[in-house]
Design a protein around this ligand. Structure first.
Ligand code: GCU
Length: 322
């Protein structure tokens, strides 16, 4: 009896803490459709977090741009009106200059280089940089390479001349389009379909899954594989939201977020194949591109990065990854 009551006494405070941890519901908004692999991944992660915290931490997801575009949702994180969001590496440039690096065309040599940077020490250091702006990044997701698509094939930089092209608008992406002789158009992801349909823009650029899932493929039938950038998506959490969790819950969320990177990367390759096949079925043509010419046209952008101490520092570190 004595032994029993002693063990109850010892065990009690532990049980008490875990049971008394307050239930928290974190609101996560993103602009992807429900069948996008990142959307699937976020649901999977939310389920894992709920299970591992005995239902104490719930993540409620608002997909499809319901709460606005990434820039708005990130501002909501800063204001404490939202807990988590998904944001493309490019979209982080206005919040943290180092992230401009992701919009620098032809930054990564190949997939292995990308993986070592994004999932290694450089990626992890970058993820903590926005902390002073009110949020951090806790996962990075594969988002393939971005290429141009239009109603006509784009084989050389000369084919871009005079085209109005939707980009995730940042100083770096705008410069990329201008160097090719095009005009960059800042349009929200969810509004690109109408913009293409109504001829407000002539072209856009994205990875193959987004090209197909957004049905842009129906209008812009030529996907020209210049593969100018490889921009990961990131999962952001507000500092105030992070502080709502107990240390144990933080550990669980951190691990689930990291695990979700691998989960998503596995789904990604299959999705690219599937989307490519679907695009062809819908009448799309995949165009071979003179990549060397596109790369050469980007030289002034590279030169400007070399001249900027912050950008150059990151560029050098990334280049040094073998
Ligand atoms: C990709 C990316 C999204 C981004 C979108 C865009 O689909 O995964 O995070 O919002 O491109 O071009 O806006």
């Amino acid at each position: 009896m004595k032994a029993l009551s002693l063990s109850v006494l010892i065990a009690a405070p532990l049980t008490f803490t875990s049971l008394s941890a307050q239930a928290v519901t974190l609101k996560l908004a993103h602009n992807l459709q429900n069948d996008h692999v990142v959307a699937v991944t976020l649901r999977h992660m939310a389920k894992e977090v709920s299970e591992l915290t005995n239902g104490k931490v719930k993540i409620r997801i608002y997909p499809d741009g319901q709460m606005g575009g990434p820039r708005q949702t990130l501002e909501m994180l800063q204001q404490g009106a939202l807990d988590m969001t998904k944001i493309s590496g490019s979209e982080l440039e206005p919040f943290e200059p180092a992230f401009s690096i992701f919009s620098l065309p032809y930054l990564f040599r190949d997939q292995e280089h990308f993986n070592k940077v994004i999932y290694g020490p450089i990626g992890h250091e970058l993820e903590m940089l926005p902390k002073k702006n009110g949020f951090t990044l806790i996962a990075a997701y594969e988002a393939g390479t971005r290429s141009f698509y239009a109603k006509k094939p784009i084989r050389t930089p000369a084919d871009v001349k005079g085209l109005k092209i939707r980009v995730i608008s940042t100083p770096t992406t705008n410069k990329m389009i201008e160097l090719l002789g095009g005009a960059p158009a800042p349009i929200q992801f969810g509004e690109v379909y109408t913009a293409l349909q109504q001829g407000v823009v002539d072209a856009a650029e994205n990875n193959i899954p987004s090209y197909v899932q957004t049905r842009h493929v129906e209008i812009a039938k030529y996907y020209s594989e210049d593969e100018h950038t490889a921009v990961p998506d990131f999962l952001a959490i507000a500092n105030v939201a992070w502080k709502k969790l107990t240390p144990d819950q933080q550990k669980i969320l951190r691990k689930a977020a990291r695990d979700s990177e691998q989960y998503e990367a596995k789904l990604w390759d299959a999705q690219v194949k599937k989307s490519r096949a679907e695009a062809i079925k819908l009448g799309a043509t995949f165009v071979k591109v003179d990549k060397a010419a596109f790369r050469a046209a980007m030289k002034p952008l590279w030169d400007s990065f070399r001249k900027d101490p912050v950008k150059d520092k990151w560029l050098k570190q990334i280049e040094a990854v073998k």
